[in-house]
Design a protein around this ligand. Structure first.
Ligand code: SF4
Length: 392
């Protein structure tokens, strides 16, 4: 019986942050009962007795904004669905302004043992630029609420590269986060995604993006500061005290199987990748009609599959085992990538050894572009294989 990760997407937030391109809608006065019923129905449909669950991540959105009755109903259904699973980790995403002792107790009763909180910054102006709902004063009390309920494992997300941010304010955000004694910190560079308010302001010249060199300096500052405090970088953006890596996120990066439930959630089950419809009304309708709400699903094989392994696996400091990927995907990955890897090695962007390929420190700083180069080489190989099949 294959053990899976389980991701549940709750697509409501109090308000929409200016930089956010996740599928989430402001809650306002909306009732949350009908959506919770559909999510519970999809959970029961997808988490069948032949699929055990190793890890759970309830994210969004902001799961903690659900109305308390629906919140209780959801977590009691989760506990029932998970009965019999040997869970290694059960994380819920929360925002500082939305966590209270009552909701925390409901989660702990259902087996939640880890909280991931979007702190983002400890500075009022930076939180205002991001259009975050919470204030810096909400962060420490929310961590305390979780701790008082018995939660020891906690991640706090921080953002660097915010317009107006300096190395001094970024350093203070890092320091104040570490002072809380959380075992995991994620540091993301601010990105300007299509369709967000932040991007529109940037394009209209009403906001000046952080200088690229300053952003790189902040990234290096995070690695150095967190490293000195014992947080090991294990992924491009993620740092953990020894033994406290996110087991659930490692499932994604290692391309292991996971079930996705909720509007816009994605899953990888029995080698089939699927994505649910990103529309609450349509989601509810589809779940009522057929039990799930996947828009489409595809079996990714060969060089395309190998490209996916590299895309996520190279984010990890440990890198990827090329021989293992070759065997899993039935493609000679070291052979296909030989010239590209040699070129990147000469530029000191990747390191090879013992069959493993990983990014160097400077490779991690260029992260996406180095990974893209390898990814595109493999995708090119996949297209070549398809055209050869057509010709034959
Ligand atoms: S709280 Fe998170 S999911 Fe919700 S709008 Fe803000 S960034 Fe997006």
């Amino acid at each position: 019986m294959t053990a899976h990760g389980l991701y549940v997407h709750i697509p409501y937030c109090e308000t929409k942050c200016g930089y956010c391109d996740f599928y989430s809608v402001p809650l306002m006065d909306r009732p949350t009962g009908a959506l919770v019923s559909s999510i519970i129905a999809e959970l029961r449909h997808r988490v069948t007795s032949d699929r055990t669950i190793r890890t759970v991540f309830v994210g969004g959105g902001t799961p903690t904004v659900l109305h308390i009755d629906d919140f209780r109903r959801f977590f009691s259904a989760m506990a029932e669905v998970l009965r019999g699973s040997r869970l290694e980790e059960f994380t819920v995403e929360a925002n500082p302004a939305t966590l209270d002792a009552e909701k925390m107790a409901v989660m702990v009763d259902a087996g939640v043992d880890r909280i991931s909180m979007g702190a983002q910054s400890w500075h009022a102006e930076e939180l205002a630029t991001l259009e975050r709902l919470h204030s810096a004063n909400d962060i420490a009390p929310s961590v305390e609420i979780a701790r008082s309920a018995g939660i020891d494992r906690m991640n706090l997300d921080l953002i660097f590269g915010i317009p107006g941010q300096s190395e001094a304010t970024w350093g203070a955000s890092l320091r104040r986060t570490m002072e809380l004694g959380v075992d995991h910190i994620a540091c993301y560079g601010l990105t300007y995604e299509p369709g967000t308010r932040l991007t529109a302001m940037h394009q209209a010249g009403r906001l000046t993006a952080c200088d690229e060199d300053l952003e790189l300096a902040m990234y290096r500052q995070a690695i150095a500061t967190l490293g000195q405090a014992g947080y090991e970088q294990y992924e491009i953006s993620n740092f953990a005290q020894p033994g406290q890596q996110s087991v659930h996120n490692l499932i994604y990066w290692r391309q292991e199987p996971y079930i996705g439930v909720g509007p816009s959630a994605a899953g990888l089950v029995d080698g089939l990748r699927y994505k649910n419809v990103a529309d609450i009304g349509l989601y509810q309708k589809r779940v009522a009609e057929r039990g799930d709400a996947s828009l489409d699903s595809e079996r990714v094989t060969g060089a395309d599959r190998a490209a996916e392994y590299l895309l996520t696996g190279l984010r990890l400091n440990a890198g990827v085992d090329l021989d293992q990927v070759s065997t899993l995907c039935d493609v000679n990955v070291p052979g296909v990538l030989h010239d590209t890897i040699e070129e990147l090695e000469q530029l000191a962007l990747v390191i090879t050894g013992g069959g493993t390929l990983r990014l160097s420190t400077s490779g991690r700083e260029l992260g996406d572009s180095v990974i893209s180069k390898l990814y595109l080489r493999l995708v090119g190989e996949a297209e070549r294989a398809v055209s050869l099949r057509v010709i034959q």
